[in-house]
Write a new protein. Structure first.
Length: 197
């Protein structure tokens, strides 16, 4: 898919593009993530860009978007105050503001991550110790893709920076798998690097 095809297909009212990825980004690639955020924000009119406010890819993508169109940057955080001083979003939403007992699909799809399913159960039961809080990141990642019953819209498409040597691992991998399970298309840098070269 070319960049112009992407804009033609996905820049419409209500469109939400995920801009997410790994926390560790090789120095040689960092500027490319910022440039993609800038290019997307400059070239679109309607799209909302959604991030998780994590260090690395999320931060770099968000830097690019916020430098051009900060009002179209939305961040979903795992808890109130998460990396607050580095949050550039116009619209901030926190998992703390969600009643997860009314979000069975978010909980169900978060439990699909076998490595953290017990943590999710503990978190849902109200445990907020350091161990259980790890689940808030997986739940947030699921929420970013499928949205909520309380008004968070589902994503339209995702653009990810992944570790191509060990693809689809960790939180980024979980988020990509949730996209697949919900028929939400996504691309990694093998596609979008071509848009900025």
């Amino acid at each position: 898919m070319t960049f112009q095809e992407f804009i033609s297909k996905y820049d419409h009212p209500g469109s939400i593009v995920l801009l997410l990825g790994k926390r560790v980004i090789p120095t040689i690639d960092q500027e490319k993530l910022v440039r993609l955020g800038e290019l997307l924000a400059r070239s679109s009119m309607y799209t909302t860009f959604r991030s998780g406010n994590a260090p690395g890819a999320d931060y770099l993508f968000s830097s690019g978007v916020s430098g051009v169109e900060p009002k179209r940057l939305e961040v979903l955080v795992p808890y109130t105050g998460h990396r607050k001083t580095l949050n550039m979003a116009y619209l901030n939403r926190s998992l703390d503001d969600l009643d997860l007992t009314k979000e069975p699909e978010v909980v169900y799809q978060s439990r699909a991550n076998r490595k953290t399913s017990k943590l999710v159960d503990s978190y849902i039961l109200g445990n907020r110790d350091n161990y259980s809080m790890k689940a808030s990141f997986i739940i947030r990642d699921t929420l970013m893709v499928i949205g909520s019953n309380s008004g968070i819209a589902p994503a339209t498409i995702g653009l990810f920076y992944d570790d191509l040597d060990q693809p689809m691992q960790g939180g980024t991998g979980h988020t990509m798998k949730v996209c697949e399970s919900n028929n939400i298309p996504y691309f990694n840098q093998e596609i979008w690097f071509n848009w900025i070269d």
